[in-house]
Write a protein that binds this ligand. Structure first.
Ligand code: OSB
Ligand code: MG
Length: 370
């Protein structure tokens, strides 16, 4: 497919409720939407970066720069067979995976349109429907958190994940367990601890957590291996896994028993499918992580989650309304009464269109590269 033009649209839209993690308190989603034009077709991609480099080294400013000044010149007016060739063309750019993934995702969309197939079919998805969990931010008080837990349990979410940070961890969790002895419960530390906190994680073994997500630093797979050996609760890596190679090393070292795959964090769906396959061979269950994405990214995550090794665990692909009053797909993503998401494919009639009017309402800038 010949790449004719790329638009990079910056959008902002408020969260319905602030979302606090160990690294920041989000009040709005500041995101980039890319629009790749090819031979009369348009493919959309959502860049999952945030307003600042707090979760990983990229942010919307760096992604805008890399897409505009590095990726676009490497592919414009050229014939790119598909995502694999795209990844080879931009391999000279070190890292910057969120930026690469946004364009890569748009190329998958273009390929799906050209071949008249769903993304699920292109990826080799096998599930018609996927299970959903909720990720809850740090709340100012325990009663406020319990209220949130109650709300999403009532909506049927299959797993409750709670963000923790030093000082807001074990006591909060004990209180949650006291109120909800039987729910599927997980925690996400977003890298905010070190091995000096090992006793804290040993204490968490009493709480029957399904997993502890990313307790230590992004580049700390050696320390994660030490921690995993010291505790019974499975560690699930998020930030540390950025490629099939980092996944292989983490598995070989015993740094985790579960992996959260965010295709954006790993440079796109092509690399992420390889991680999925590697984990399947090694009996490491995987689930699809979220970046509080808008609809375009959310819908792609549903398709990705249809791969077979995603079947056992719930995904961070909540209903759009969990984060936003307004979104950029028609219809907006919503859960079924079973708290699942139906995977769009050619046969079931489930289709999402991009709501270009909603994008226009949220737009703060647009760069056109041709
Ligand atoms: O670590 O999984 C994470 C949100 C922003 C940045 C990092 C993470 C998260 C979430 C939210 O946990 C998941 C979602 O519902 O999109
Ligand atoms: Mg995480």
């Amino acid at each position: 497919m010949r790449i004719d033009r790329i638009d990079i649209i910056r959008v902002k839209t408020p969260f319905v409720h602030p979302f606090e993690t160990s690294f920041t308190r989000f009040v709005e989603r500041d995101a980039l939407i890319v629009k790749v034009y090819s031979e009369g077709l348009v493919g959309y991609g959502e860049c999952k970066a945030f307003y600042a480099p707090l979760y990983n080294p990229e942010d919307n400013g760096t992604c805008l720069h890399i897409i505009k000044n590095m990726i676009a010149p490497a592919i414009l007016h050229q014939d790119i067979v598909g995502p694999a060739e795209f990844m080879a063309k931009v391999a000279f750019i070190v890292g910057n995976r969120l930026a690469k993934a946004s364009i890569e995702n748009a190329l998958w969309e273009l390929q799906a349109q050209r071949e008249g197939k769903s993304l699920k079919t292109l990826l080799g998805g096998t599930q018609d429907e996927v299970k959903v969990g909720v990720s809850l931010g740090i709340e100012p008080t325990i009663p406020a958190l319990l209220e949130k837990i109650e709300k999403y349990l009532a909506e049927g979410y299959h797993r409750t994940k709670i963000k923790i940070k030093p000082g807001k961890d074990i006591e909060v969790l004990r209180e949650v367990r006291r109120h909800y002895p039987d729910i599927v419960l997980t925690v996400d530390a977003n890298s905010d601890y070190t091995l000096a906190d090992i006793e804290l994680f040993k204490a968490m073994d009493d709480l029957n957590l399904q997993y502890i997500e990313q307790p230590l630093a992004e580049d700390d797979i050696v320390d994660h291996a030490v921690l995993q050996k010291a505790i019974k609760t499975p560690i699930c890596l998020d930030e540390s896994i950025v490629s099939v190679d980092t996944a292989r090393k983490a598995i070989e070292l015993g740094s985790c028993k579960i992996i959260n795959i965010k295709s954006s964090r790993c440079g796109g769906l092509y690399e992420s499918k390889k991680i999925h396959d590697l984990c399947q061979k090694n009996n490491i269950p995987v689930w699809v992580g979220g970046m509080t994405e808008l609809g375009i990214g959310r819908v792609q995550n549903i398709s990705f989650a249809s791969l077979p090794n995603f079947a056992s665990l719930a995904h961070d692909i909540a209903a759009s309304k969990r984060y936003f009053a307004e979104d950029i797909t028609l219809p907006v993503v919503d859960i079924t009464p079973r708290c699942t998401l139906i995977v769009p494919d050619e046969t079931n009639g489930v289709r999402y269109e991009v709501d270009t009017k909603a994008i226009d309402r949220m737009m703060v800038s647009c760069d056109v590269i041709k």
